[in-house]
Design a protein around this ligand. Sequence first.
Ligand code: ADP
Length: 269
Amino acid sequence: QDASFDVYCRMVPQSRVMLVSFQDVTHLEQAGQMRRDFVANVSHELRTPLTALIGFIETLRGAASDDAAARDRFLAIMQDEAGRMNRLVGDLLSLSRVEGEERVRPREEVDLSGQLGSVLNSLRPLAEEAGVAFWFDKPEAAVIIPGDADQLRQVFTNLIENAIKYGGSGGAVNVIVTVSERDPALRAPAVRVQVIDRGPGIDPMHLPRLTERFYRADSHRSRQLGGTGLGLAIVKHIVNRHRGRLRVESTLGEGATFTVILPSAGASG
Ligand code: ADP
């Protein structure tokens, strides 16, 4: 019903026969539409802070030029807005890089528990500021998997940062690593990393679209917290590149669990 076709007609020479062929171009149209939506979204996301910056510059040069207190306040807002643009451009670059590399299988040996420990350490100041405690359960032996160390670091940073940001103050974030000889989801040896928070959770109606670029379950809160709406899209592409799976489970009012399942075969250790 919603399909699109290109139609080609050609007469067979020296006959009265006409050949008519149909080519299904639905997927091309959908890809074109997705590209247009993406460009419109990026433009909108960039324009919002840019408009604020232009407005504040005009005010600083005009009415507020002699008011030192107003100048300081406006400069602080401008710094926030410029930071927002910077994060957005950084995430767009990451997204385009991981999309470009998705077909190339990563082969570094990554010490997963070590990697997670270091991500938790670097996020500790953010957690302390939000009044959030970490619990980290991992196997005693090192967990080594084939992967791209920098990209896996980005996956865990994005998920744990979200758990801190959205999980609510005074809460706890649990990170659990489990190793399995035969994971039911991958039907192969795998490692599961769960990031669990006890915050407000996500309405189940949002779950299927959560990893789309710029999709936000709670748009107001995401913007207030400086989110770009690209974190989970980046996570999804990196997990795909590792031939893994990303799962999200949530019950409203009871928090959210993000599970990354990564194949562990091929690693020594
Ligand atoms: P953002 O930059 O907005 O955080 P993400 O792609 O990382 O973008 O996440 C998409 C949306 O998913 C967020 O805007 C937020 O609404 C929701 N979300 C992600 N993680 C959580 C979580 N742990 N608890 C509640 N909502 C979450």
